[in-house]
Design a protein around this ligand. Structure first.
Ligand code: SF4
Length: 459
């Protein structure tokens, strides 16, 4: 699993941590523009034309598997529960057809090379070991990615991280496994509508370590009903017992149409305060135990091998996404398939995908013009703890960021969100700025993207 996601949630901007400060938990900006700003592309552009002039020598490859054993209460990712009637086999057949069409569209006029690969979801290890072999074959034989030579990240869950699947993944070149644990406290897992037993989680972590995959990432969530600083730190300590190379700490969000959203769980200022308090406690706990902060959510153990992780700031790279929940990025267009959160709608979209024969065109997406490219570049670098290289921005866009975003940057500075001690030439968030990443990010959305997201009818 990859812990979600970025639908703008409950709160309008009102004061929490000082006059003029917006509420801290508005939207997880891991990709800009968000999929809710995508629309059907009337001209259905041919992939061949879209990719004709793009650099293709360092692409990322993402394969999306939209199946899970359960639907966690906080999850708004594109995934369904279970796969009846050999649906996984039909899904892989469609993925194979799509891979053939996409590879053909990339052409051979210029070198095509993949620099990183990831299997996400959903839960890729919902697939059997044999099906995972097939997934790797699609990436290698159809797309031409050399999985044993590039970073390969795979998401998993406690119940599906079985020894036979992990053996396949290790053998095929997986360098990073990310497991969604959320909490080592059984009652908290239940409260997040992710029923699981700690003993099963620990057993899965043992199997992952035995498989010898170099990087282990553990996802944890704070802000769960009933969670205290003591129980939160006990979950962190349980995770630290496995010496994970990476940890992602996610604030809990309650989003429309999710299990928790349907239960009527709602956000308020006290919950914001709880999440901020737990965030700070968790961050300080990890910093004191040899981890460095990479972004608001991501922490890496000092000295751990590098990995191409989800939070990596790839401002310019092309991305090929296969599967019906995956996005693809060219420099001028981001595209995908239809998107939904409601289970019935997701089932319909997956069924449509499995019967699709023609994958040669982009169906749903959003064009990225110069202004959007600047926003994306700024967002994706500023939300990293190391911040932004101002010269790199100027080289790409002609002026320094303040030339395009003076009002926003002045506002961030006035709130104490920018690091005044950053080295010359570096634009970096202060610790408070990082803590408010989910409020700061949405302020950099363009009016057009904001309007498209607001008018999107969630289904
Ligand atoms: S395991 Fe849970 S959080 Fe992860 S994709 Fe599935 S339902 Fe969502």
């Amino acid at each position: 699993m990859s812990t979600p996601a970025s639908r703008p949630v409950t709160a309008p901007a009102t004061a929490l941590s000082g006059p003029g400060s917006p509420r801290p938990y508005q939207s997880y900006v891991y990709a800009y523009p968000h999929k809710t700003a995508y629309r059907p592309l009337e001209d259905r552009p041919a992939l061949r034309a879209l990719w004709a002039r793009e650099p293709k020598d360092a692409l990322s490859l993402y394969l999306h598997i939209p199946f899970c054993e359960v639907r966690c209460g906080f999850c708004n990712l594109f995934t369904r529960i279970g796969a009846p009637d050999e649906l996984t086999g039909r899904y892989l057949d469609a993925l194979d057809r799509q891979a053939v069409a996409v590879r053909e569209a990339l052409g051979d006029g210029t070198p095509v090379r993949f620099a990183a690969a990831a299997f996400g979801g959903g839960t890729p290890t919902f697939l059997t070991a044999a099906e995972l072999e097939r997934l790797c074959d699609i990436a290698e034989k159809r797309m031409g990615a050399d999985l044993t030579a590039v970073p390969l990240s795979v998401e998993t869950s406690p119940a599906t991280a079985t020894a036979d699947r992990l053996a396949v993944l290790a053998e095929r070149g997986t360098t990073r496994v990310s497991i969604g644990v959320q909490s080592f406290v059984d009652a908290e897992a239940r409260a997040a509508v992710r029923p699981q037993r700690r003993a099963d989680v620990e057993a899965a972590l043992g199997r992952i370590r035995e498989a010898g995959i170099p990087v282990l990432n553990i996802d944890l969530i704070y802000g769960i009903d009933g969670q205290t600083e003591r129980t939160w730190l006990s979950s962190l300590d349980a995770a630290l017992g496995w010496e994970p190379e990476e940890l992602y700490l996610y604030p809990l969000y309650v989003r429309p149409l999710t299990g928790l959203g349907r239960l009527g769980a709602a956000g308020d200022a006290a919950w914001d305060e709880q999440r901020l308090r737990l965030y700070r406690a968790g961050r300080d706990h990890l910093l004191a135990r040899g981890y460095e902060q990479v972004s608001m959510r991501m922490f890496r153990r000092r000295g751990a091998p590098p990995s191409a992780s989800d939070d990596h700031a790839c401002q310019t790279d092309g991305m090929i996404g296969l599967g019906c929940g995956a996005r693809s990025y060219t420099s001028a267009l981001h595209y995908s398939f239809d998107y939904a959160v409601d289970m019935g709608q997701i089932r319909r979209i997956i069924d449509d995908f499995t019967t699709t024969e023609d994958f040669s065109r982009a169906e749903v997406g959003r064009r990225v013009d110069e202004d959007e490219a600047r926003r994306r570049h700024l967002l994706q670098s500023l939300l990293q703890a190391e911040g932004m290289d101002v010269a790199g921005y100027r080289e790409r866009f002609g002026v320094v960021p303040a030339g395009h975003f003076s009002a926003e940057l002045e506002r961030f500075a006035a709130r104490g969100w920018l690091d005044t001690a950053a080295a010359p030439g570096r634009l970096r968030l202060s610790p408070e700025g990082l803590a408010h990443s989910d409020a700061l990010g949405p302020e950099l959305f363009s009016p057009a993207v904001r309007a498209a997201m607001a008018s999107y009818e969630l289904k």
